[in-house]
Design a protein around this ligand. Structure first.
Ligand code: GLN
Length: 237
């Protein structure tokens, strides 16, 4: 068995350790004897998203997002089709913002998004920084956030979770991230998946079922070190 992990924009969108999400997914497959193939996709590279089982993209500063936003527009139809077909996506911070309808930066630059999630983002005056803890359907998630963008969900848009500690999408609503089919968006860096193994496995389980059917099983792993890392981060400011 094998899964293909497509890493979108590894050079442009990789802050606060976001590449750790790709490493965590690959290792958790390999530890169970499942091959992980990682494909790196840069701005301008042709890519057929039907080949990917999990698509991962990280965060980046406003300037990096400008180049990525234009590239995403060219892939918008393909990505929306892949989401509709059930491909698993994990988009963090800068890419999460561009999976909404639009991002208007603090300087007034307007970047169109690709509308996978029903949300929009506006650059604010204050940065929302620190360790963050959410309650989600898949248990608590612990991460690190650092963004000035304030994201507002459309009515009916499901969040990833509710904020127990930190800011999340904005400083007002206590929601964090977004979910549409098997596509997830979040502000949580850290990286997210190494510290949240149950959520990493949720993504892998969905991808395995999509590609290999219901009898694909993920055996248990010893997550003691990962849980200790999450507990340590959760108690820090
Ligand atoms: N530039 C965006 C913001 O500050 C995203 C930053 C990030 O990816 N950490 O809102």
């Amino acid at each position: 068995m094998r899964l293909v992990i497509a890493h979108l924009y590894p050079a442009e969108m990789n802050i606060y350790g976001d590449t750790g999400n790709v490493i965590a997914l690959s290792r958790r497959l390999e530890w169970r004897g499942i091959d992980a193939v990682v494909e790196r996709i840069a701005v301008g590279d042709p890519y057929d998203f039907t080949a990917a089982d999990v698509v991962v993209a990280g965060g980046g500063e406003d300037r990096a997002q400008l180049a990525v936003a234009a590239d995403l527009q060219r892939r918008a139809g393909d990505i929306r089709e892949a989401v509709a077909a059930g491909t698993v996506f994990l988009t963090i911070c800068g890419t999460y913002q561009l999976f909404g309808h639009r991002f208007v930066t603090h300087d007034g630059d307007e970047m169109p998004g690709i509308g996978v999630f029903d949300l929009e983002t506006h650059g604010g005056d204050e940065r929302m920084i620190g360790n963050i803890v959410l309650d989600t359907e898949w248990g608590p998630l612990v991460g690190f956030e650092n963004h000035s963008g304030r994201t507002f969900l459309g009515e009916g848009q499901q969040p990833l979770g509710m904020v127990r500690k930190g800011y999340g999408n904005n400083e007002r609503d206590f929601d964090e991230g977004a979910v549409a089919a098997n596509a997830f968006g979040s502000y949580l860096h850290g990286a997210l998946l190494p510290k949240n193994p149950a959520f990493a496995d949720e993504l892998l389980r969905r991808a395995l079922v999509q590609r290999h059917g219901d009898d694909a099983v993920l055996g248990p792993l010893d997550d003691g070190v990962e849980r200790a890392a999450a507990d340590a981060a959760a108690t820090r400011p």
